[in-house]
Design a protein. Structure first.
Length: 454
């Protein structure tokens, strides 16, 4: 399978050097610069780290799972040493500083053999389901450059789907891993709350709704990445013949519904029991409202901490920060109770079912600019995002693991489906996703992975 695991094996087996793979990635980043995936790149750092990987004296069979594999960090979330994050915002980019040490997550990524060497595009402050950083090129979907790749981890998705790298860092506070995965034909896991390191700063904690991991072309890559970085939490297993709920929001179009039915049939073929249920739209709506409140308060605090005035950020950012400032302490405290209640209600689904299968998106990716921040209508912006990615925030607010896996094509575009599970079932969900992957139509990506031997 052409993925990061295969690339690491080629390096360890001596079929190609880590330096040659990194040179191929650097060349691909330059060749496909028009796709807008990468917003910062340090070629000297890349080459030095790749040379160190080639000089590693550890025997091939004992090397880390991604030994020598190039890796791109998202321009938002956990910090990587030497890569200055700006969260897609011009005001932050002007004062960005180089982190002098890795976050706990990037320390674990590096221990797994990955080599961070650049940053991928995200919308300003991660506030859209596309990825158009201020004053830079927007990230474009490699399957059709006129369309969005999703967001807010869209730059990461473009980098992997276009083969700049085989695997990339991503974050998810309301669908930001799963939406780009579905838009670009990738696999992406939003981990359970607390399952992945957030320290030492916890700047992307967001009251527990945000999680971080990777986007990749295979389930095995995502599973290996999670296994490499997971914290020691109690795992939840799924039975050998699991009972899977199929939840289909009415606002999803025929192609998305068909893909979910197809994935359900794949699981049934693998021995699962599939039962259709009503989509949890009421819980999804509540989760969406809670996520919006958390994001608004976080944004208000963020801008205040950095002394960034409203006229230095897009109008929607200013308007959302104003909402955050207007939220009282008692209102924010009440939101924590709402989160607890919603988590309990969502968890009750897993008293009857081992997992939930559903679409990720309501439709194909829209044209570039569909989620622009150049207006102040926060209600319209958040309504448009929820309509595009139904119930996406439920997994975040309830702390559930959720994984996206591609299942076929809608014309010339890939279609993704999503599995939710109870907290702690991350690896079990990867197992179910692998059952779908093994029975799904094969995707022919627009570009090969840079450096992977034929």
């Amino acid at each position: 399978m052409p993925d990061a695991t295969a690339l690491a094996a080629a390096i360890s087996d001596g079929r190609i050097s880590a330096r040659a793979v990194m040179e191929a990635s650097l060349t691909a980043c330059q060749t496909h610069a028009g796709l807008g995936a990468v917003v910062f790149l340090d070629a000297a750092l890349a080459r030095a780290e790749a040379n160190a990987a080639d000089a590693d004296a550890v025997a091939a069979g004992r090397r880390a799972p991604f030994h020598g594999v190039p890796f791109l960090a998202k321009d938002l979330g956990a910090a990587a040493k030497g890569l200055p994050p700006a969260a897609g915002a011009a005001a932050l980019r002007s004062q960005a500083v180089l982190p002098i040490q890795d976050s706990h997550l990037f320390s674990a990524f590096r221990h797994a053999g990955l080599i961070p060497f650049g940053l991928t595009a995200t919308p300003p402050f991660g506030l859209a389901l596309d990825s158009a950083p201020e004053d830079l090129l927007p990230a474009r979907n490699p399957w059709d450059p006129s369309l969005t790749p999703g967001g807010s981890s869209g730059g990461a998705a473009v980098a992997v789907a276009a083969g700049l790298v085989a695997i990339a860092h991503a974050t998810d506070a309301a669908g930001s891993i799963r939406v780009p995965a579905a838009c670009c034909g990738l696999v992406g896991l939003k981990p359970s709350r607390g399952a992945v390191p957030g320290g030492p700063d916890f700047d992307n904690h967001l009251m527990g709704i945000a999680s971080e991991l990777v986007l990749a072309r295979s389930v095995r890559d995502v599973r290996a990445a999670f296994a490499a970085v997971q914290l020691p939490v109690s795992p939840v297993d799924i039975p050998d013949n699991p009972h899977v709920a199929l939840a289909l929001p009415e606002r999803c179009n025929a192609a998305q519904i068909s893909a979910a039915h197809g994935a359900g049939s794949a699981l049934a073929d693998a021995g699962c029991t599939i039962q259709e249920i009503a989509a949890p739209d009421d819980m999804g709506s509540e989760a969406h409202a809670i996520a919006r409140l958390v994001l608004s308060v976080s944004l208000a605090e963020w801008l205040a901490a950095l002394a960034i005035p409203g006229d230095q950020v897009p109008p929607l950012v200013t308007a959302l920060a104003a909402e955050g400032r207007e939220t009282s302490a008692t209102g924010l405290f009440a939101a924590t109770r709402r989160m607890a209640r919603l988590s309990d209600s969502a968890g009750a689904i897993f008293h009857r079912f081992d997992a939930v299968l559903c679409p990720v998106l309501a439709s194909a990716p829209p044209l570039l600019g569909a989620f622009g921040l150049g207006h102040a209508d926060t209600d319209a912006h958040f309504a448009k995002m929820e309509a595009f990615a139904p119930n996406a925030a439920l997994a975040n607010v309830a702390g559930l693991p959720a994984i996206t896996v591609p299942f076929g094509m809608q014309g010339s575009l890939p279609v993704g489906v999503q599995l939710w599970g109870p907290p702690g079932a991350d690896l079990a969900l990867c197992h179910l996703a692998a059952l779908i992957e093994a029975r799904a139509p094969m995707l022919q990506y627009p570009f090969p992975i840079a450096g992977l031997p034929a």
